[in-house]
Design a protein around this ligand. Sequence first.
Ligand code: CA
Length: 365
Amino acid sequence: MENNDRRKFIKKVGMGAAAIGAGIASSAVPAMAKEKTYRWKMVTTWPPHFPMLGESADKIAQWVDEMSAGRLKISVYGGGELVPPLGTFDAVSQGTVEMGHAASYYWAGKCPAAQFFAAVPFGFNAQSINAWILSGGGMKLWEELYAKFNMKPFLAGNTGVQMGGWFNKEINSMDDFKGLKMRIPGLGGKVLAKAGGSAILMAGGDIYTNLERGVIDATEWVGPFHDLKLGFYKAAKYYYYPGWHEFGTAFELMVNLDAWNSLPDDLKAIVSAATYKSNIWMLSEFEAKNNAALRELIDVHKVQLKEFPKPVVKELRKLSTEVLEELAASDPDSKKVYEAFLAFQKNIHAWNKLTEEPYQQLKNL
Ligand code: CA
């Protein structure tokens, strides 16, 4: 096309020409990108291939490999293999690696508001946190928050409602928390401290020995599926429910933003699809397998299952609200996310009153 003709053509189609030009340019990029194999690293906060949690990180890498026909290869590293488990956040933020798999409440010290996107005491269950983050505005807040650390978050799994934990003494009243040394992380730990106990932090691998030796009196982890494997029943008598501090803990896949921006659109869509798959895969695994593990704990290992007394749970709820309000008052990002969390909680509770609550009552008729 001669220059004069080209000018006429552009004038004729006006803005359409710009769109066509852009179309040609962007379709040329994926054609080149399709020849390129991306080799990424994912670090995790879990022991290598740890059931469900490390396993879901492995699966994300496997699914991305399959869906991309090998164009995005992700090597997964357990905690400590490349960086320490709690070094995951900085490694992704600084671009040492492209991806990290974790639970966002581990980052309370660096980014306190991140805790709302994993679990807060008396917060959302799996269904509600999915609704909030994926369809109720939560993801926008999470993305804004992580953009400050040059990262993009994805929702990547959920434990479902957790158990309250393993105890060597009965919890009959709030007084029983006084002086209790319990492994319970994050905001749940702050609630325990308000109740007069001491929240002790330790890596997952150290819990059993410390419980057995009496260094701690109690511990929580996730639920029966893991607890049976970890052998906590050999070191504690009572297994309490419900997990008031974690009604449905969400897991995250963090991606370094520079790495993310370097990916062609189809690989971005594949990473996003793999996290959606992981999110439902993990919850389904826990929901399908927890009860069989619980039966084995009770029938074979003679564990004593106990429910926290209602007045105790009510008081814990009161203390939890105080903890969340203190968090919101201490940090502007937490305040913003807490307000959105409360607004969505009000919305979902109103709907659940007509749906989930009757379902829970009517199914037992
Ligand atoms: Ca837990």
